[in-house]
Design a protein around this ligand. Sequence first.
Ligand code: NAD
Ligand code: DAU
Length: 333
Amino acid sequence: MRVLVTGGAGFIGANFVLRTLAERPDVDLTVLDKFTYAANASTLDPVASDIRVVRGDIADASIVDPLVADADLVVNFAAESHNDRSLADPSSFVQTNLVGTYTLLESVRRHDVRLHHISTDEVYGDLDLDDPARFTETTAYNPSSPYSSTKAGSDLLVRAWVRSFGVAATLSNCSNNYGPYQHVEKLIPRQITNVLSGIRPKVYGDGANVRDWIHVHDHNDAVWTVIDRGQLGETYLIGADGEVDNLTVVTSILELMGREADAFDFVTDRPGHDRRYAIDATRLRTELGWTPRFTDFRSGLADTIDWYTAHRDWWAPVKAGVEAVYAATQQTL
Ligand code: NAD
Ligand code: DAU
């Protein structure tokens, strides 16, 4: 099977490439990536001779079209992915997440190629902390940020191309991922690398916000499950029952790294900050038979701490720049 992986040099896409190479020898992989600030070229270096890597924009039809024509399947991980950046400057989010997805859709339509579109639980907005509800495939879209609204728009484009043009596509919406190769702008790697750099971890607002954590390997196993067994035109939610509040995440990192649990700072909150996400993945579990394997969050966190400790060369070159951007917008409370 010839698979075109867009965004394959980013966090989840690169993990998808590495695991697919290890577990699916029948798959021939091409990565299309713009290598924005979020990509790390060194991640794919060890497998450079096993895959084809094309540097290019998913919104550029002249690059996308020949690659799609040559593929049996496109898996679209490419996106601008960080809420804080989308609040500072939404333009690249509109361009990549909306125009880029549109460009891919027109190309898979032209060449009759299957698409799997990767999306997020943030399209559903947020839940109250004491609400027993969780997101399901029928929850109404209600995104909060420029990031999540452009992801919601990209999902709607995919659904429209399925219905109007018969494009062969599936969608999946996953909760917060963690694991190796995640950019240090995101909560868990930011705080681990803060501790490793002698900087106090930073918690937005009151720290009571809840995210539904899933290990990136479980997400990618679920993506393959949907590709292999999902029904065309359908959406599947991916989550591993991993609700944890931000304060617990940060104090767990501090404890696991041998620091005092209160050695962090509260900083100004993110505007429009979603309170809680929670996924009900019953459909994926019962219809497609998927089960997560990395469900011990504290042990997954310990492994992730070990990974960032052992791979300082991977993140150190960008760490100071990320912290300088945060320092310009966030004050300690
Ligand atoms: P990331 O920011 O780490 O990686 C994104 C990759 O896309 C980068 O390699 C970047 O260079 C590439 N890219 C950006 N714009 C591009 C363009 N115009 N053309 C080609 N490549 C481009 O993101 P991630 O965390 O790996 O997320 C991957 C996907 O999964 C995104 O669609 C995101 O919305 C979704 N998702 C992420 C999470 C999460 O917790 N990280 C959870 C659910 C869904
Ligand atoms: O839910 C899926 C989404 O998860 C994905 O679609 C996004 O691409 C991904 O970035 C992630 O979005 P979040 O905004 O939830 O992730 P982030 O790591 O930025 O923040 C997680 C929580 O931690 C959130 O409540 C904000 C808070 N936070 C974040 C940072 C960077 C802090 O308290 N301190 C921080 O320094």
